[in-house]
Design a protein around this ligand. Structure first.
Ligand SMILES: Cc1ncc(COP(=O)(O)O)c(C=O)c1O
Length: 396
């Protein structure tokens, strides 16, 4: 039966990683990876995570299953972190949360629950978006569409075009928004723009699905959920999918959650039973370890403080590198303006150079980025920033 299967081309980013690891040049720089890196090029385990992990292991007396919906404390703490303890939807008991294997698992559950509730829904993805949104949200019946988002020429959101598309949508539509740190373009909605969208979605009955994979890595833990809290305040229904991969450095432990805001408690209970039933049918039970670590960080004051401090350091490093790269590039008086990089947020930005310039960067300068010219800013450090800036200006 399997002879019909043909080999697929390698994953675009993994293919570049492979070329990078084969490159023997001592100046080589990898800006293609999708994970946070520190000054030494490592993706560290935060100290708060290490400490919590020891406690979790010491306290553990069994490895039996936790529950289909996962760790109840983790789910509760995630709700607090996303919505805030005094949020109306939370106080009313209108939010239903299930722990998922990473944000990716949460997106899969989101597609299933949308399909179960309204099988002919159109799901709108930003142009561009994280490439995995497509496979994770593709299910028979659901129709994937794109809405205009990034203006590649002016390096900002094309908000007018985005809004004019939103004005054509209605109650059969779900719009995927990036909560903060848009992947891949780094251009985030401003508070005003969130406000305009919240009003429009309310008028037209559009349901937002907010993908939050980088809370705390843009402006701060509270600031980065401004849009989520605003929409949950004014809209009767919304879906939030959160990941703890980046902000806790727990990538391989697969920690995430799906929270659905509903009209009333009855609907919240019905939805929870359905999301649990969906989870049961896909992966049966979520992994425990990472969620237990996150729950103990949230519940212990000292660990929480330490994590917030470490998260702040990651954020400051990324935002500082953005400014440093812009300064270093402008010192070299390039023929194009890169100042937009300092205004964007999260790990990613498009350099805005052509595919052939990306290839020259790789072949002549050993600087690796994906062909769209997306860079991971965290791959830059104080010792390679001059080399990277010379290389970029060198191919313009
Ligand atoms: C936009 C976006 N959503 C979701 C995810 C999912 O992350 P994970 O499944 O590792 O939690 C990522 C990871 O890169 C992402 O960039």
């Amino acid at each position: 039966m399997f002879e019909v299967l043909k080999p697929l081309p390698p994953d675009a980013i993994l293919g570049i990683n492979e070329l990078f690891s084969r490159d023997r040049d001592s100046n080589k720089v990898d800006l293609s990876v999708g994970v946070y890196q520190d000054e030494g090029g490592l993706t560290p385990v935060p100290k708060a995570v290490r400490l919590a992990e020891q406690q979790v292991i010491q306290a553990q007396t069994t490895k039996t299953y936790v529950a289909i919906a996962g760790n109840a404390e983790f789910n509760h703490q995630m709700e607090l972190q996303l919505f805030g303890s005094s949020h109306r939807a939370l106080c009313d008991g209108r939010i239903s949360t299930v722990q998922t294997p990473g944000g990716s698992g949460g997106l899969s559950v989101a597609a299933e629950i949308i399909c179960r509730a309204q099988p002919d829904t159109k799901i709108w993805l930003s142009d561009p978006t994280w490439p995995n949104h497509k496979p994770l949200l593709s299910l028979p019946g659901l129709k994937l569409q794109q809405y205009p988002y990034y203006d590649y020429v002016n390096h900002k959101i094309n908000f007018e075009k985005m809004v004019s598309t939103m004005k054509t949508l209605g109650s059969g539509d779900v719009v995927v928004l990036h909560g903060c740190c848009h992947n891949p373009c780094g251009a985030d909605l401003s508070p005003d723009q969130w406000g305009i969208l919240a009003e429009l979605f309310g008028q037209r009955g559009i349901t937002p699905l907010i993908d939050l994979a980088y809370q705390g890595l843009s402006e701060g833990l509270e600031e980065d959920v401004y849009g989520i809290r605003l929409m949950a305040e004014s809209l009767p229904e919304m879906i939030v999918v959160a990941s703890c991969s980046k902000n806790f450095g727990l990538y391989r432990e697969r920690v995430g959650a799906i929270s659905i805001v509903l009209k009333d408690t009855k609907q919240a209970a019905a939805t929870l039973s359905n999301t649990s039933n969906i989870a049961r049918g896909i992966y049966s039970m979520p992994p425990d370890h990472g969620a237990a670590i996150v729950a103990s960080i949230f519940c212990e004051e000292e660990l929480r403080k330490l994590w917030i401090q470490e998260l702040g350091e990651m954020r400051e490093r990324i935002n500082g590198l953005r400014r440093l790269l812009v300064d270093k590039l402008s010192e070299r008086e390039p023929p194009q303006d890169f100042s937009f990089i300092a205004n964007e947020r999260g790990m990613f930005s498009f350099l805005g150079i052509s595919r052939s310039q990306v290839i020259r960067l790789r072949e002549e300068f050993h600087v690796y980025l994906v062909e769209s010219s997306r860079i991971n800013v965290a791959g830059i450090n104080r010792s390679n920033v001059d080399y990277v800036s010379d290389a970029i200006v060198g191919v313009l």
